[in-house]
Write a protein that binds this ligand. Structure first.
Ligand code: GLN
Length: 193
């Protein structure tokens, strides 16, 4: 029975919650996560899109950052979309001082598609999922470097837009903003320890 915690500090977390319920996955439970204690009983976590500087700061203040790192280290699946992937990265280009959880051994570039292209949609093939999904990109980051166990699993025009490293997944785009629940189902199928 998957019990999903959705980080609900700021951003489009309600869209993820709606997307999760839409899957009608058997025995699913969904909880909003803001402080460390909210992780009790949760077996996987989604970090939504939003504003990475604000959420990073509040995650530290609420003790959630340390708790998330500890749980991820024991094998709990974590999926970050857009801002979520930025927060999961080890480093952010040109922003050495910005806080991240460091769960994915990658470097990301924030707002990588430039000011003139705030938002667009295009098809993206996702390895592992075995199919293409409609990628919704909103002031999206890209992955500029993948190291160690971090494996690129999707590209848009040669740019890396999704990465998997063990129990951790990062996507530049927002499957929660489409009617297609396959990425959410895929994540719910992952084993948790
Ligand atoms: N540009 C945002 C950031 O850097 C992320 C955008 C998003 O999550 N849609 O925090």
């Amino acid at each position: 029975m998957p019990t999903v915690g959705v980080v609900a500090i700021q951003g489009d977390y309600e869209k993820h919650i709606d997307a999760l319920w839409r899957t009608q996955y058997n025995d699913l439970d969904v909880r909003e996560v803001r402080v460390a204690e909210d992780l009790d009983g949760v077996d996987r976590v989604i970090i939504p899109g939003g504003e990475s500087t604000t959420v990073g700061m509040l995650m530290q203040r609420f003790g959630l950052a340390d708790a998330l790192r500890a749980r991820a280290a024991t094998g709990m699946p974590v999926w970050g979309t857009c801002m979520g992937m930025i927060l999961m990265a080890k480093s952010i280009e040109d922003r050495q001082d910005q806080f991240t959880l460091g769960l994915l051994d990658i470097t990301v570039r924030r707002n990588a598609f430039g000011a003139q292209v705030h938002s667009f949609e295009d098809e993206v093939a996702v390895e592992g999922l075995g199919t293409s999904v409609m990628g919704v990109f909103i002031r999206a980051p890209i992955v500029t470097e993948c190291r160690g166990g971090a494996i690129p699993i999707a590209r848009y025009k040669d740019l890396i837009v999704a990465v998997k490293q063990g129990n951790c997944l990062g996507t530049s785009f927002h499957p929660e903003l489409t009617d297609d629940d396959r990425m959410h189902r895929w994540f719910l199928d992952w084993a948790s320890s």
